[in-house]
Design a protein around this ligand. Structure first.
Ligand SMILES: Cc1cc2nc3c(=O)[nH]c(=O)nc-3n(C[C@H](O)[C@H](O)[C@H](O)COP(=O)(O)OP(=O)(O)OC[C@H]3O[C@@H](n4cnc5c(N)ncnc54)[C@H](O)[C@@H]3O)c2cc1C
Length: 520
């Protein structure tokens, strides 16, 4: 009997909402840990990986802190804080180990989603050159970053990435770091493989099915109302009950968690930021650049808008991509409704949402500036990286939609933050992921963390299995991850990557989260 037949008793152990990298990772983990559990995945679109996990909606950087300046803020005394860089690097290693394990097992069959692509940081101007030199000295003293190279010699930069130097004023001071072990990841291809493997192991994946509401059942489980969006659906809406629900709906997670009515979602809001990339497939240009080159964010720019010129490999073809240019759209999903932002407003989050918009004036100004910027102005940013870039070679593509988390802090004040936040009910029966950074790269760590907090009674039994699959898990978790060791302090909400994008840039371009009084 199928769920759509009129009198179906539609009951599963686990419902995963959304067919992105997070649900794919969690579903795969659960199948390994509890093979007897029944799993249903609902995706509202025609295929999986069409929102943020799609390769053209994200930048595909395997974030390991090998090139991103925002993971290494400068302290007031001029020293460099590498704590976040170490954390992100360790968390990405956990992802790599898990993917390697799945390849060895045959659950993943194609390694094409992961391409070795050197990661570089490139800066201009004497002050930034000095910063990069000091940053390199600090980072390369740590074993995780010992292979990072530094140069302030334009000829060496040209040897690493010629497009950065050709046509540039030789008098301009430039510097770069490079780490050959960086990666470009096609998270869309990875998501497809993971979900295919879930289906092969018995998971029920339903495309064109949108979860519309989530309600508690008397026995502590959840009843979901699901709409079949296909044109020939025999029945438009059906209900399903589950013992555990994961809201992996990306930008759609906030309204669904609100619909579930768990107290833990109170005070949370979301601020959508859209984006654009420039892309070229001109083979002569693409062949001359093999790296992900991250620069420095503009003053006021949100940290995720750090410009970068990237090699992208999608479906076996190579491209260059530059961006992202930030913008504003009230949608929570790229293929979602324009009313996303408006309909997520509640009495408990109104003040913090409105206040965050008003008080983050540098961000507001930056977004307005980006929205009204002429194409020539935007293209000039690319030419800051690649002086000889020609508009005829580049096309604009719309990036994925990000929903930055607005939450109340311990003092009841609202803060706009740039990390990823797991929100879980106190009894662990439902959990969801808010926010976008550092994102897909740390999906495995995020999902192991979620498992530990939602299933504490099983942590002891699962731990050895997880440790075999991901030997680095314990060191990556330090003392914060239930499944690797001690439980961290806040059982209901944890920022992964610890707001890693809060500190924006070097040279006074720091983006700070602004506190808003949500009690007013
Ligand atoms: C511009 C940009 C650049 C980025 N760059 C990087 C990068 O370089 N490296 C990196 O690691 N990360 C990057 N990220 C972040 C990364 O893309 C995301 O963190 C990750 O893809 C999120 O995966 P997800 O599964 O949570 O969400 P998604 O991939 O968005 O999947 C959510 C799914 O849920 C579905 N859905 C929504 N609502 C419902 C519903 N009610 N019912 C059923 N289905 C529903 C959606 O259709 C969607 O398919 C970037 C993101 C953006 C936007």
């Amino acid at each position: 009997m199928t769920a759509d037949s009129p009198d179906a008793t539609d009951q599963v152990d686990v419902v995963l909402i959304g067919g992105g990298i997070m649900s794919a990772t969690l579903g795969t983990l659960l199948q390994q840990l509890e093979p007897s559990w029944t799993i249903r995945l609902y995706e509202r679109l025609d295929d999986v990986a069409l929102e943020s996990s799609n390769p053209w909606n994200n930048a595909g950087t395997g974030h390991a802190a090998l090139c991103e300046l925002n993971y290494t803020p400068e302290r007031k005394d001029g020293s460099i804080d590498i704590t976040k860089a170490v954390t992100i690097n360790e968390q990405f290693e956990v992802s790599r180990e898990y993917w390697h394990h799945l390849l060895a097992q045959g659950a993943l069959t194609d390694t094409g989603f992961l391409q070795r692509t050197p990661h570089m940081t490139f800066v201009r101007g004497a002050k930034n050159v000095d910063f990069l030199r000091r940053r390199h000295e600090t980072l390369s003293a740590h074993p995780l970053f010992k292979d990072m190279e530094f140069t302030a010699d334009p000829a060496q930069v040209a040897a690493w990435a010629p497009l950065l130097v050709e046509g540039r004023d030789p008098a301009e001071p430039v510097a770069a770091t490079r780490n050959a072990a960086g990666t470009d990841v096609d998270f869309g291809a990875l998501t497809h493989q993971l979900i295919d493997s879930m289906v092969a192991r018995g998971a029920d994946v339903r495309l064109q099915h949108e979860v519309r509401s989530i309600r508690r059942t008397r026995d502590g489980g959840w009843r979901l109302k699901v709409k079949d969006r296909s044109w020939n659906a025999p029945r438009r809406v059906h209900t399903v009950t589950a013992r555990f629900v994961f809201v992996g709906a990306g930008g759609g997670a906030l309204p669904l968690l609100q619909s579930a009515g768990i107290p833990e979602i109170q005070g949370f809001g979301g601020f959508p930021i859209s984006g654009e990339f420039l892309r070229t497939s001109n083979p002569e240009i693409v062949a001359r650049h093999r790296a992900k080159v991250y620069g420095k964010a503009d003053v006021g720019a949100p940290p995720m808008s750090v410009p970068h010129l990237d090699t992208r490999v999608v479906d076996g073809n190579s491209y260059l991509m530059f961006g992202p240019y930030a913008g504003f759209s009230p949608k929570y999903l790229k293929k979602g409704k324009y009313l996303g932002l408006i309909t997520s407003l509640r009495a408990h989050n109104l003040t913090s949402m409105l206040g965050a918009g008003i008080k983050n004036m540098d961000l507001t100004q930056y977004l307005i500036g980006e929205l009204v910027a002429r194409p020539e102005t935007k293209f000039a940013t690319l030419q800051g990286f690649y002086p000889e870039a020609q508009p005829k070679d580049w096309e604009r593509i719309t990036a994925g939609q990000r929903v930055q988390v607005i939450k109340r802090d311990a003092n009841g004040k609202g803060v706009l933050q740039f990390g990823t936040e797991v929100v879980a009910a106190a009894d662990g029966s439902i959990a969801g992921l808010l926010g976008a950074s550092p994102g897909a790269s740390t999906a495995v760590y995020a999902m192991v963390d979620l498992l530990g907090r939602c299933f504490p009674a099983r942590a002891e039994a699962w731990r050895p299995h997880l440790a075999r699959m991901m030997p680095s898990l314990e060191s990556a978790a330090a003392d914060t991850l239930t499944l690797a060791g001690e439980q961290h302090g806040d059982a209901h909400g944890m920022v992964l990557g610890d707001g890693a994008y809060e500190d924006g840039a070097v040279d006074g371009g720091t983006y700070e989260s602004v506190e808003v009084d949500a009690r007013a």
